[in-house]
Design a protein around this ligand. Structure first.
Ligand SMILES: [Zn+2]
Length: 216
């Protein structure tokens, strides 16, 4: 898993996941905190991020973009840190942690144990000193959130971008909500969009999703 520098303070960590797509985790080196976006398939997924952070003593804040198993299995490594998600994500993880862990156990990287987010929110949550905003972006799932780095203009969209170039429209649970999320993304000032499985995109990805998903 190689760190890929996306901007001055944004680093993407990518590991192979299936024949079709990879898995991406993010790191934002904020002024006050280091933000880790998603925790992947277990302790093995987050180890390269901890290596990268090294001796830096800034507190780590973990963010779960949504409750799907491939984004949360490394949470337990950070059980002493803040782990933030949408309130619905906490609910879903509490109910449905065990089932996917059994079903997809062959994907575990290192160790995976149940560990729920310990700070939840519903609409928007900001870290002004770091220039970071978290906000609810349903569509792929009801519990999805996105993260905007307002300093480097990088958006983390979770799985609201499709997994591959051929499937740029993601799997959706709520089309109407997704329309709203894409409309909200369009209003944001960002240059690069990182998602859970696809390559980094620029803002034109939104127009492609609208066209291919017949959203406009
Ligand atoms: Zn997902």
């Amino acid at each position: 898993m190689k760190p890929i520098k996306i901007s001055n303070r944004n680093i993407m960590f990518t590991q192979p996941m299936t024949d079709e797509y990879d898995l991406n985790l993010g790191l934002i080196l904020g002024d006050r905190h280091n933000f880790i976006i998603d925790t992947g398939l277990g302790s093995g997924s987050v180890a390269p991020i901890l290596d990268y952070i090294g001796d830096c003593t800034k507190p780590i804040i973990v963010i779960n973009t949504h409750s799907h198993w491939d984004h949360v299995w490394g949470n337990w490594v950070f059980d002493e840190n803040l782990i933030i998600s949408h309130q619905k994500c906490h609910e879903l993880l509490d109910k449905y942690w065990e089932l996917p862990l059994e079903k997809y156990s062959h994907y575990i990287d290192g160790e995976a144990h149940k560990c729920l987010p310990n700070q939840i929110f519903e609409g928007i949550l900001g870290f002004p000193d770091d220039g970071i905003i978290l906000f609810h972006t349903p569509g792929h799932t009801d519990d999805g959130i996105s993260i905007l780095d307002t300093v480097d203009k990088v958006l983390y969209a979770g799985d609201n971008i499709g997994d591959t170039d051929d499937e740029i429209v993601p799997k959706l649970t709520d089309l109407e909500a997704f329309r709203g999320t894409i409309a909200a993304y369009k209003k944001l000032d960002f240059e690069i969009c990182i998602s859970g499985h696809n390559k980094p995109q620029n803002k034109s990805v939104l127009a492609r999703i609208e066209a291919e998903g017949n959203l406009d």
